[in-house]
Design a protein around this ligand. Structure first.
Ligand code: FAD
Length: 408
């Protein structure tokens, strides 16, 4: 390729950096712009609780995690499947391992060593970085407009890759402020919505003050025919954590359609309903019901508190209803927690607005990648895997676009 071809990659998250790598390897002159002072801040945050970078399950199962967007995400993953992603990580000198749940982690569980090695390799391959550059859109002559500490300035590029992220954890850089910039150019953008998020519950003041911050361990949650085992967290506003995130898409959609959703919690998932009913009904003599629940069923603390919170006094004191509630406690959820608190975003640039190379049909030479595209997936490494794969596809697409036969 003619190495005078310039590409602006905007967004230094995993998707943008992957696009930059592909472009630099293909001989383009690449500058990565980002509004933040340093690259990959959300990626580093994702590494804090143990970076789950992909999943080891079979490809056929893997691709179903993208739900309604499987048809659009699957080709990207076929071109850069999870095992290739692992090999790519190993190429950066970072080993990976498969956890007991099948999730794949870097050996040190962190993102920092990987990001450090990657940025070094990118710089070595000629990628330039322009940090503290906030992209503001296009000028009338089609140049990219940036705000930087010294003021505004414009940049011309032969191709552009936008990898601006979703709209959660805005303090890490991805604030979703790009949506009107693209919508204003006629690009179809679905509103950003929380995904992998917590939900609001109208806790009583008594329950909130006693149990906010308490983990709820070894429970099962059910909604819409799906049941998951795990743990979650009671917080001042409601309920959050991995178990809730796993059901959050369906819960959010139900609230959008009907105004509320009822989650059912099984507080003793290892016990059959019959065993629970027998234990609840067992004669308790002069013992209070609370100490009976604690001694016969091991229900105390936040679990016992939840029963008191969600049941009327009459229900609590009727053995059959109490037993039924222990196995399926209805918890009304009022709303998802705000987008900024979510792990990821649903919504974004619709695939219908893009060609197969992730180029915006309305904006020839402009490509999009990562979480800013309109897909969502559960936690488990599926988010990062699709960000990397779409970054690779957008980078390859831009290279293709810049081929002399195509370029103007
Ligand atoms: C707490 C937390 C934990 C997570 N854990 C995991 C996990 O274990 N596994 C997993 O798969 N996923 C995880 N994720 C999700 C994952 O981090 C994201 O899906 C991923 O980082 C998205 O990559 P991206 O490149 O599309 O966007 P981002 O990483 O969000 O990067 C976008 C970049 O664009 C920049 N930008 C935005 N707007 C502008 C602008 N106007 N001008 C210039 N620059 C701009 C931002 O500063 C940012 O650097 C986690 C997320 C969070 C919040």
């Amino acid at each position: 390729m003619d190495t005078t071809r310039t590409v602006a990659v905007i967004g230094a998250g995993p998707a943008g950096l992957m696009a930059a790598e592909v472009l630099a390897q293909g001989g383009a002159q690449v500058t990565v712009f980002d509004a933040m002072p340093s690259a990959g801040r959300k990626f580093l945050m994702a590494g804090k609780g143990g970076m789950n970078i992909t999943h080891s399950e079979a490809f056929d199962a893997f691709v179903t995690r993208y739900g309604a967007r499987q048809p659009e995400i699957e080709p990207l993953l076929r071109a850069f499947p999870p095992e290739d992603l692992r090999a790519w990580i190993h190429g950066l000198g970072v080993q990976t391992f498969v956890g007991s749940s099948g999730r794949v982690f870097p050996t040190e569980m962190k993102a920092a060593p990987l990001l450090r090695g990657w940025l070094h390799r990118l710089r070595e391959s000629g990628v330039r970085f322009a940090m503290r550059h906030r992209w503001l859109g296009w000028t009338d002559d089609g140049s990219l407009l940036f705000a930087e500490p010294e003021g505004e300035h414009t940049v011309r590029a032969d191709a552009v890759v936008l990898a601006l992220g979703g709209g959660s954890w805005a303090k890490l850089g991805s604030d979703g402020a790009w949506t009107p910039l693209l919508a204003g150019r006629g690009v179809e953008v679905s509103p950003l919505r929380p995904s992998n998020c917590g939900f609001e519950v109208a806790w009583s003041e008594h329950f909130r003050s006693r149990f906010a911050g308490e983990p709820l361990k070894s429970v099962a949650a059910s909604f819409g025919g799906a049941r998951r085992l795990g743990e979650c967290l009671i917080d001042a506003h409601g309920i959050e954590g991995g178990l809730i995130y796993a059901l959050s898409t369906a819960l959010r959609d139900e609230i959008e359609h009907t105004g509320r959703a009822t989650l059912h919690l099984d507080l003793l998932p290892d016990w059959s309903a019959e065993k629970v009913a027998a234990a609840v009904a067992h004669p308790r003599g002069s013992r209070s019901l609370s100490s009976h629940l604690q001694s016969r069923l091991g229900l105390k603390g936040v679990k016992a508190g939840l029963l008191r919170e969600c049941l009327t006094a009459e229900e609590f004191n009727t053995p059959a209803r109490l037993a039924a509630a222990i196995k399926a406690l209805p918890l009304p959820l009022l709303a998802p927690r705000p987008l900024d608190e979510a792990i990821s975003s649903a919504g974004g640039v619709r695939f219908e607005a893009l060609d197969a190379n992730l180029m915006v049909k309305e904006l020839p030479g402009v490509f999009c990648a990562g979480e800013m595209l309109d897909w969502e997936a559960p936690t488990g490494g599926y988010l990062l895997t699709a960000c990397f794969a779409s970054g690779k596809a957008a980078g390859s697409g831009a290279l293709d676009w810049l081929r002399p036969s195509r370029a103007v």
